[in-house]
Design a protein around this ligand. Structure first.
Ligand code: ZN
Length: 464
């Protein structure tokens, strides 16, 4: 930051005069917080958090914070004031394309239907000229305070890159397409007469093991005969799917094509006493320890393959979302982002992108959904800070994974009037990563107030 500032001054950068200038003052949102926009947002994000449902006590998804301040399709409020002048200056200098790179939101109080939002915004920084993968440009950071009835409901720090699109966009887009080949497929299991029942069970979401009908010994993997007494009579029993890591290794090299990075291979001892070789996912592989309590998580690897993998009992389960055109467009419109690169493929190509791509507010909303899906119905988002990496294009798949990096208790209401218990409220910090086939699409952290009784223990069975 210091270095950036220094270089900015050395360059006598013409844009530094915008820093600290007011971008907007007490600008009212176009609409009060309202149930229809909330519903559209929840549909676009696939967010079924009960607090967002219409009815008494409904609150807006916190990640919608910026949506309430956005311009309409025909009203270009974003171009007002000093911020508008800055963008116009950048356009004139050839930095005509824009992409959002960072979004940091803090939620201080919930927004409810009927709340009338006003926002104040300031240009926080303008970077010196930077070379990026997209082209040369300047990062512009704004900070917005969103208020209701004079009270700050949340803050929103937003960074965009205003850049000059590269020449020869069509050639580049061809390269991009080539590099977006689907991930290599995972190796197929060998399914034979002796273990077909096991794989039938997996396809139904049941983890089955065998029990000898004669000596009652349990066994896994599946075998035609009992290793204890040799009997070929057996019955299938269903495991609870709970267990602990008995032993584990981390594979660094060589990585099969289906594995983008190091991964953990674990021998899991199930509660029923049998053991199974699998992967532990949902946490960095180096954090998988002997004795870690885990539960089974059926993961659909591709069209034909579902595998019984394991996640730590309190870890968020990975969430895989197909990125369809509909999801991208629905998310953009639900967040009131009418930038053409999020809905118009021709316009996106003209601006150097191979296709439309997901807008940052949708990514932000999905990260928020992922966090509350994990934490459960009573959870409240307090902060989301994300940085975007590679774009999410139609036809790809977004896989969100998370791990709990901290938990702490706060508050403890002295007067007993707060809605939190006397012991205070428990908070969790979640590191979230979203990957697509070409790399990391998003990384960030989420802070949540947890429901009473903690989070994750029940598993919320998130799905697309
Ligand atoms: Zn036996």
């Amino acid at each position: 930051m210091q270095a950036e500032q220094q270089r900015s001054n050395d360059a006598g950068d013409e844009y530094s005069r915008y820093v600290g200038r007011t971008a907007s003052v007490a600008r009212p949102g176009l609409d009060p917080v309202n149930a229809p926009m909330i519903r559209h947002w929840c549909e676009a994000m696939g967010d079924r958090h009960p607090s967002y449902r219409e009815g008494p006590g409904q609150v807006a998804p916190p990640a919608m914070l910026q949506a309430w301040t956005m311009a309409g399709l025909s009203v270009d409020l974003q171009r007002a004031g000093a911020y508008g002048e800055l963008l116009t200056d950048l356009d004139a200098a050839g930095f005509t394309s824009v992409v959002a790179t960072d979004c940091e939101q803090e939620y201080l109080r919930p927004l409810r239907p009927g709340d009338r939002v006003v926002s104040d915004a300031v240009v926080e920084s303008v970077s010196p000229l930077k070379r990026t993968a997209l082209g040369e440009g300047h990062f512009v950071t704004t900070r917005t305070e969103i208020k209701v009835a004079g009270e700050v409901a949340g803050t929103h720090r937003f960074r965009i890159l205003k850049f000059r699109p590269r020449e020869g966009g069509s050639k580049k887009s061809g390269e991009d397409r080539a590099s977006r080949a689907p991930r290599g497929l995972r190796p197929r299991p060998v399914v034979n007469r002796d273990n077909a029942c096991f794989w039938d069970g997996i396809s139904e979401g049941r983890l089955l093991y065998q029990r000898c009908s004669d000596c009652r010994r349990a066994r896994l993997p599946w075998l035609p005969g009992c290793p204890g007494c040799g009997s070929d009579r057996w019955t299938a029993e269903e495991s609870s799917g709970r267990g602990t890591v008995y032993s584990r290794v981390v594979v660094h090299h060589p990585l099969p094509p289906a594995f983008p990075g190091p991964y953990s291979v674990a021998l899991v001892e199930l509660a029923e006493g049998v053991r199974l070789v699998s992967n532990v996912v949902g946490v960095p592989p180096e954090e998988v320890a002997i004795g870690t309590p885990v539960r089974v998580s059926y993961q659909r690897c591709d069209e034909e393959l579902t595998l019984p993998l394991f996640v730590p009992v309190d870890a968020p389960q990975p969430l895989r979302l197909p990125i369809t055109r509909t999801r991208i467009v629905a998310g953009a419109i639900a967040s009131r982002d009418y930038q053409d690169v999020h809905h118009d493929a021709e316009a996106a190509r003209a601006k150097g992108s191979p296709d439309i791509f997901m807008n940052i507010l949708t990514t932000n909303g999905l990260v928020g959904r992922y966090a509350t899906d994990w934490a459960g119905p009573g959870a409240e988002l307090r902060r989301i800070a994300i940085r975007l990496g590679v774009p999410a294009y139609p036809g790809d798949e977004l896989e969100l994974t998370g791990r709990v990096t901290a938990r702490h208790r706060e508050g403890g209401s002295a007067d007993g009037s707060a809605d939190d218990s006397a012991a205070g409220r428990e908070y969790a910090e979640l590191a979230v990563t979203g990957t697509v086939s070409i790399g990391t699409h998003v990384s960030g952290t989420v802070t949540l107030a947890l429901p009473e009784g903690g989070a994750g223990a029940e598993g919320t069975g998130v799905s697309a």
